[in-house]
Structure formats: structure tokens, C-alpha cells
Design a protein around this ligand. Structure first.
Ligand code: SAM
Length: 222
């Protein structure tokens, strides 16, 4: 029988609490100075890194992933994560505002959209409450294979024919819009390399650490 580490839950709780407290602290200039001071002294930095566990910075994606899986042995396929993104289908987040603003000027020209890390297609469902997407629009979702049956089931429940799951990033070729919302950081290849392989008119990227529009980045090509 598999044994579970009794310290894992309290440790994850402690890591989350500290990371959230540091985020709050970093909102004030004195808090930022304190964090910078801690980072400048190797002993304090090492101790803070230990306390931050998987929420510290890592030299590579692989190292970050290995550390995180040590604490939480589940990833994007976790039912909570899927439930969360399904609920996102009905509610716009602050970070969706700049995307909606940009798309509101281009909705008539959208026929093929490529959604990198698009999960269950939640952006499509959310944005269509505000935008008038064409009936012949194809919204291509590229995500992990485990998301496909869940996304397809949701599309069937909502009687939505415009969502398609694609198996390769090359499907973005010829898309009117390439959108990466909260997903770019899961891909090691830089965005300019990914996008150099196909002709895309607009790239919109909402970055990982983005909790609000202030951290969103929007890149337009052509
Ligand atoms: C934070 S969620 C963002 C979901 C959605 N785009 C949004 O804005 O709500 C990141 C998504 O990236 C997907 N993802 C992570 N690594 C991936 C990979 N290697 N290939 C495809 N999708 C990936 C995850 O499954 C997840 O759906």
C-alpha cells in the first residue's frame, strides 16, 4: 500500500502562505526593498529559497517541474484544474480585458483562431459572451491530449461546433489569430521561434505571472 508523507500537506500550505505573503509584500516599495535585501545575502536567500520550496525560481523548466512534482504529484490533468478552467468559461478575468479590447476591433476578421494551451476552450466560451464570433469561425485548441475528450464533451453539451482540438502547433499556420493565455511559460521554445514557423496576423500573449491586465503582454505582428 502506498504511504503518504504526513508532512506534505502542511509543507505545501506553508509554501503557499509564504509565497502569497511575499506577493503582498512586493506590492509596496518598502516590501520590495526587503525582498531585494533578503535576495542579496546568500545565507538569507538560501533560507528563503528553502522555505519557498517549488515557488522559488529555477534555472530550467525541467528542474521546476521536478521540484513541483515532488510536492504535488498531479499536473494539468488534475480534476480541480479542469473544473477551474471550465468555470472560467463563464467568467472574464481581469487579464482577459486587454484581449477582449483588442479582439473587439477585429472580430469580423476572425475565421481561424489558434489557442495555445487552450484547456477546455474556456477563452472561446468566455469571449463569445462579449464578441460576436462568426458562425463559421474555427477555434483551434492545442493542449495536452488528456484535455481533448473533456473539451469535446463540453462542446457537445453546449452544442458548440466551432471548437476543434488540434494535435500540433503547426495547425496555427494560416490562423488569423494566435492566442497564448497563461500558457506560454509551459513551452520552452521562445514565442518568436514558435511563431516564425507560420504566418499569423496577430499574436496575443497573456503571461504566466499575470494576475491582472497590468502584467499582460500583447504582441501584434503585421
Ligand atoms: C494556466 S492554463 C491556461 C488555460 C487557458 N489558456 C486560460 O487562459 O484560462 C495552462 C494550459 O496550458 C496547458 N499546457 C501545459 N503544458 C502544455 C504542453 N506541453 N502542451 C500543450 N498544452 C500545455 C495546460 O494543460 C493548461 O490547459
Amino acid at each position: 500500500m502506498a504511504t503518504t508523507n504526513p508532512f506534505r500537506k502542511p509543507r505545501v500550505f506553508q509554501i503557499r502562505l509564504l509565497a502569497s505573503s511575499m506577493s503582498l509584500l512586493g506590492r509596496s516599495s518598502s516590501g520590495r526593498s526587503l525582498i531585494l535585501f533578503v535576495r542579496s545575502l546568500p545565507i538569507l536567500r538560501g533560507f528563503a529559497n528553502f522555505l519557498l520550496g517549488y515557488r522559488r525560481t529555477f534555472p530550467s523548466f525541467a528542474k521546476a517541474q521536478a521540484s513541483a512534482s515532488h510536492y504535488i504529484p498531479a499536473s494539468h490533468e488534475h480534476p480541480d484544474e479542469i473544473r477551474f478552467h471550465t468555470s472560467m468559461s463563464d467568467a472574464a478575468r481581469e487579464s482577459d480585458y486587454p484581449v477582449l479590447f483588442c479582439l473587439s476591433r477585429a472580430e469580423d476578421d476572425l475565421h481561424r483562431v489558434f489557442d495555445l494551451g487552450g484547456n477546455v476552450g474556456n477563452l472561446f466560451y468566455c469571449y463569445q459572451q462579449y464578441l460576436n464570433f462568426a458562425n463559421d469561425l474555427v477555434w483551434m485548441v492545442y493542449d495536452l491530449p488528456s484535455k481533448k475528450p473533456i473539451g469535446e464533451k463540453l462542446a457537445a453539451q453546449r452544442n458548440e461546433h466551432r471548437i476543434r482540438y488540434v494535435n500540433a502547433i503547426s495547425a496555427a499556420s494560416g490562423a488569423d489569430l494566435f492566442i497564448a493565455s497563461g500558457s506560454l511559460h509551459y513551452f520552452e521554445e521562445p514565442l518568436d521561434k514558435i511563431s516564425s514557423r507560420f504566418r499569423t496576423i496577430v499574436l496575443i500573449s497573456v503571461l504566466a505571472s499575470c494576475r491582472a491586465a497590468r502584467n499582460s503582454s500583447l504582441v501584434c505582428k503585421n
